[in-house]
Design a protein around this ligand. Structure first.
Ligand SMILES: *[C@@H]1O[C@H](CO)[C@@H](O)[C@H](O)[C@H]1NC(C)=O
Ligand SMILES: *[C@@H]1O[C@H](CO)[C@@H](O)[C@H](O)[C@H]1NC(C)=O
Ligand SMILES: *[C@@H]1O[C@H](CO)[C@@H](O)[C@H](O)[C@H]1NC(C)=O
Length: 500
């Protein structure tokens, strides 16, 4: 579709649905695999609200995040750029990390602010805390924030209750650091956070944000990155023991219930037909947790790897009256969300190298994707190795493969950490349509057609890598225990005295 037609469509949308530009609700699950939702075929997950979104919205089969671990994936979601550009690599940020998502990166919230949007983040941030909370959401375009600044296993959890009334969390999490705090904007409200009450607090905060914005007729952007279904899996009183799938299922059910509350609020406040709700996850399932971890469905391996199980995610777009129900097999990515939102509201794109493309055509017309490729960087991207894999159309070529601790304990010997780094020349090629499980490498011999595809892949890779300027690594700046959030900064001995 050309630009003028798209602009016309925007005007049509704004004038027929409402006088105001659309609202955006971006839901981001944690360590949720391709096979974890009821609507993606999981037999015992209970996800009635996500299933409802999928049934009345557009469900993606070929949607990718940009990293098999958390912080880099979040950086790409909010900026529309591979994490290598912003410097959010290798691995993830820690409670005392010096770095964070650089403040000169432009987030979706910052794209929308100049158009008068109310913006709020609720949930797990994991893009840095830093000195005096300098990397928190309120410094990145969000008017308001309620949440935990990093993963909920990044603190000792052995004394915390994970299931009511008094079942302790499974495992010990990270001992020797501060307990996980709950922040309201930049202020610590509670440390350690009350896990069992956290989802209620999020739901209340988010529904009140929607209600307030709708009453004021102010367009809004709500970003809800949930800590579910990350380890340690747990659930509060409303969901504990209510799923068929044990702790993981309970955690997922609690997330699904909050999503139901948000949908009910969008309906009640009359803005549901003028709101794009988008759901996806940050990376693949943590298979090392065995039956407590997630499920990648038909895809190979999970979190930490550059096989599809590490980075292909469930994704659902819901916008009644604008997005028709269906399933799309078009390739899309978390990278595309920023350009799509900007395109829908006519916002200015950040004047930087973007890796995302506008996917409005897929959303509103179930049309073709502008995305032909997806790049796969490992958890520790480097200029020396470059891309581990590249998908072009239906073909994926692996230049390097490696297992990961996070994907341990699976019967597939390619997934665990014992599968050490292996270079492939020629690359391992798969046809992801015929073989989504990446089981059967394509023979190149006597197949000039596939050799030609491989040549194209190599050209695309070379061009892309030439365009890649690695940002200064934020995570290599290391940690300083004094930077870890403490509600009682002058207390001693740290970290155990940080309790309020
Ligand atoms: C942000 O600042 C750093 C350091 O000055 C610079 O290297 C980087 O290119 C800047 N990024 C953007 C998106 O402007
Ligand atoms: C947590 O439990 C351990 C083991 O039972 C105990 O030694 C420790 O003092 C407890 N820590 C706190 C902060 O309550
Ligand atoms: C949304 O649109 C549908 C029909 O497209 C209509 O039935 C429904 O009442 C609308 N809801 C609101 C809250 O406007």
């Amino acid at each position: 579709m050309d630009f003028s037609l798209l602009t016309f469509l925007n005007l049509l949308l704004f004038s027929t649905c409402s006088a105001s530009p659309p609202n955006f609700v971006l839901l981001f699950a944690d360590d949720l695999g391709f096979g974890d939702l009821g609507c993606y075929g999981h037999p015992s997950s209970l996800t009635p609200n996500l299933d409802r979104l999928a049934a009345a919205g557009l469900r993606f089969t070929d949607f990718y995040c940009t990293s098999p671990v958390c912080s880099p994936s979040r950086a790409s979601l909010l900026t529309g750029r591979y994490q290598t550009r912003s410097g959010v690599y290798p691995g993830v940020l820690y409670p005392g990390s010096r770095g964070g998502l650089p403040l000169n990166e432009t987030t979706i919230a910052e794209v929308l602010k100049p158009l008068g949007y109310a913006t709020a983040a609720v949930g797990k941030w994991h893009l840095g805390f830093g000195a005096n909370g300098m990397f928190l959401p309120t410094k990145q375009g969000f008017d308001q924030y309620l949440g935990i600044p990093y993963s909920h296993d990044m603190g000792p959890c052995w004394n915390l209750t994970c299931f009511p009334p008094d079942v302790k969390c499974f495992g010990t999490c990270d001992v020797g650091t501060v307990t996980v705090p709950l922040l309201r904007n930049e202020v610590i409200k509670q440390q350690p956070v009350d896990f069992l009450d956290l989802e209620r607090a999020y739901s209340d905060f988010a529904t009140s944000f929607i209600t307030t914005s709708a009453k004021k007729k102010q367009p809004f952007f709500l970003y809800y990155p949930s800590h579910h279904t990350h380890y340690p899996q747990y659930a509060g009183p409303g969901s504990a023991g209510h799923s068929l799938r044990g702790p993981f299922g309970d955690a997922l059910l609690e997330l699904d219930t909050t999503i139901g509350n948000l949908l009910a609020t969008l309906e009640k406040t009359g803005v549901i037909n003028n709101t794009l709700v988008f759901f996806t996850s940050d990376n693949g399932p943590e298979l090392m947790r065995m039956s407590r971890g997630g499920n990648a469905g038909a895809l190979k391996c999970g979190k930490g790897t550059t096989y599809d199980g590490g980075m292909r995610e469930p994704a659902i777009a819901y916008w009644p009256g604008t997005i028709r129900p269906g399933v799309t097999h078009e390739m899309a990515s978390t990278l595309d969300i920023l350009p799509t939102i900007a395109g829908l509201v006519g916002a200015k794109l950040p004047q930087v190298m973007l890796d995302g493309v506008d996917m409005t055509e897929i959303l509103v017309n179930q049309g073709k994707s502008k995305r032909e490729t997806m790049m796969f960087y490992p958890t520790d991207p480097s200029e020396k190795y470059g891309l581990f894999a590249l998908r072009l159309g239906k073909y994926k070529a692996h230049f390097y493969t490696r297992g990961a601790t996070h994907s341990g304990t699976t019967p597939d010997p390619d997934c665990p950490v014992f599968a050490v780094l292996k270079a492939h020349d020629p690359p391992l090629m798969f046809d992801l349509e015929a073989d989504p499980s990446e089981h059967y490498p394509l023979p190149l011999e006597g197949r000039p057609d596939l050799q030609a595809v491989l040549e194209r892949i190599k050209n695309v890779k070379e061009k892309f890598e030439a365009s890649m300027v690695f940002g200064e690594s934020q995570i290599s700046k290391g940690t300083d225990p004094n930077l870890a959030p403490c509600c009682n900064p002058q207390c001693s001995p740290k970290p155990s005295c940080c309790r309020c």
